[in-house]
Design a protein around this ligand. Structure first.
Ligand code: GRF
Length: 209
């Protein structure tokens, strides 16, 4: 059984997976950006890697042409699914993948019997979408919440709302700087991404997924 990991940037969560004793191999890393340092991490680890860039699909289409960009985005999703199904993984791990995955991607992945999980750096049902870490930290500063954290969850079309696999809670300290909170949550992410991947693998191996 093999795993495909999707990244968009630094790849510190990918690195945690590379350094872990996983029950399955990472057969391929796909980045949404050619500049992602995570690609260098894959190269150093001898893991095949490629880029699937949304910008290249949007080439020559003005931002104002919403219909054409919507079509290109669908094609981007469809062709990403094709790339992944051709690799025959049993599990896709979104590790710092920053793009919303539509049914144009999720449906063929599900039809191919491939599970997909995602790291969302906020607690279930909170701070959906981008910049979750900063938004949670700011809510803590405003005294609105006293705890935040992260989850690894199954990916569905409802962004960041699939069934949680792993939840890690962190107490917020109003006087803590964002940098300090980021250090704590990234450390927790690096544990959770490994635990979540192993847990998802075990469900697949037990035929539950
Ligand atoms: C992480 O905080 C992740 O939750 C978010 O992107 C950040 C960077 O992840 N989606 P990585 O270092 O690229 O794994």
């Amino acid at each position: 059984m093999s795993i495909v990991v999707l990244i968009s940037g630094n790849g510190s969560n990918l690195q945690a997976l590379i350094d872990a004793q996983l029950p399955a191999s990472i057969s391929h890393v796909i980045s949404s950006s050619a500049d992602a340092y995570g690609l260098e991490r894959a190269r150093k680890a001898g893991i095949p890697h490629s880029v699937h860039s949304l910008q290249s699909y949007y080439q020559g289409v003005p931002v104002s042409d919403k219909d054409e960009r919507k079509k290109r985005r669908q094609t981007f999703d469809k062709e990403l699914a094709k790339k992944i199904t051709a690799l025959h993984p049993k599990l896709v791990v979104c590790a710092g993948w920053m793009l919303i995955l539509s049914p144009a991607f999720l449906d063929p992945i599900s039809e191919a019997g491939i599970s997909i999980i995602n790291l969302h750096p906020a607690l279930p049902g909170t701070f959906l979408g981008l910049n979750a870490i900063e938004r949670a930290w700011e809510a803590g500063r405003r005294g609105e919440i006293t705890e935040a954290g992260l989850m690894i969850h199954y990916v569905t079309a409802a962004v960041d709302e699939g069934e949680p696999l792993i939840v890690k809670k962190l107490l917020l300290n109003k006087d803590e700087t964002l940098e300090k909170y980021e250090e704590r949550i990234h450390a927790a992410e690096h544990e959770a991404i490994v635990e979540g991947t192993i847990k998802a693998y075990e469900s697949i191996a037990a035929g539950q997924q």
